[in-house]
Design a protein around this ligand. Sequence first.
Ligand code: IMP
Length: 192
Amino acid sequence: MKLIFATHNKNKVEELNLLVPKSISLLSLEDIHCFKKIEETGSKLEENAKIKADFVYHKYGLNCFSDDSGLEVEALDGAPGVYSARYAGAEKNNEANIEKIWRELRGIPNPKACFRSVFHLNLHGKSHSFEGRVDGTVLFEKRGSKGFGYDPIFIPEGYEKTFAELGDTIKNKISHRAKATVKLLQLLKQHL
Ligand code: IMP
C-alpha cells in the first residue's frame, strides 16, 4: 500500500519510514511531485492536519496522513499552539518565539505547558485522528543544544533536563509526536 506523509520535511518521513511495516511504501510530497505549500489556514492543530491530508487524498487519490504540532502554555490559554512556528512573526524565528514566550510569562513561576501533536489520516476516504501529548514546564533560560524549536526551554514531567539536553533517544520515546505515531501505526496495522 502506498501511503503519503503530507510533509516537505524529509527528516520526518525518514523517521517514520523506520517504523512503518514493510508492506507500506511511505512517500513524501516531493516523491509524488507535489511541490505546493499547502496553506495551514486552520485555527486548531486538528484542522491543519486534516486540511493537508484531505488535500492530497482528493487531488492524488492516494491514502495520506499529515501532522501538526505545537507548544501550549496553560497561563497563556494554550498559546502559541497552532501558531507555534510563527508566534513572533511570519519569519518563523525560534529565538524571537522564545523571547516572546518569556515576555508573556514574566512573573509566573514554573509555568505549565505541553507539546501536542495531532495526526490526521485519510484512509480510503475515511478520517482518523490521533493525538499525542507530553506535559512539562517552561524554563526561563535556554539549556541544551539538541532538537529544535522550543526544545531548549521545555522540561518534560519526570525529568530535570530540557528536551534539548535529553536528545533524540529519550525524546523519541516520550514526545507528543512519538505518542501520536504509535497510535497511527496501531491503526495502520489493523488495515493491512
Ligand atoms: P510542526 O507542526 O511539527 O512542524 O511544528 C510546528 C512548530 O511547533 C515548530 O516549528 C516548533 O516551533 C513547534 N514544535 C513542534 N514540535 C516541537 C518539538 O518537538 N520541539 C520543539 N518545538 C516543537
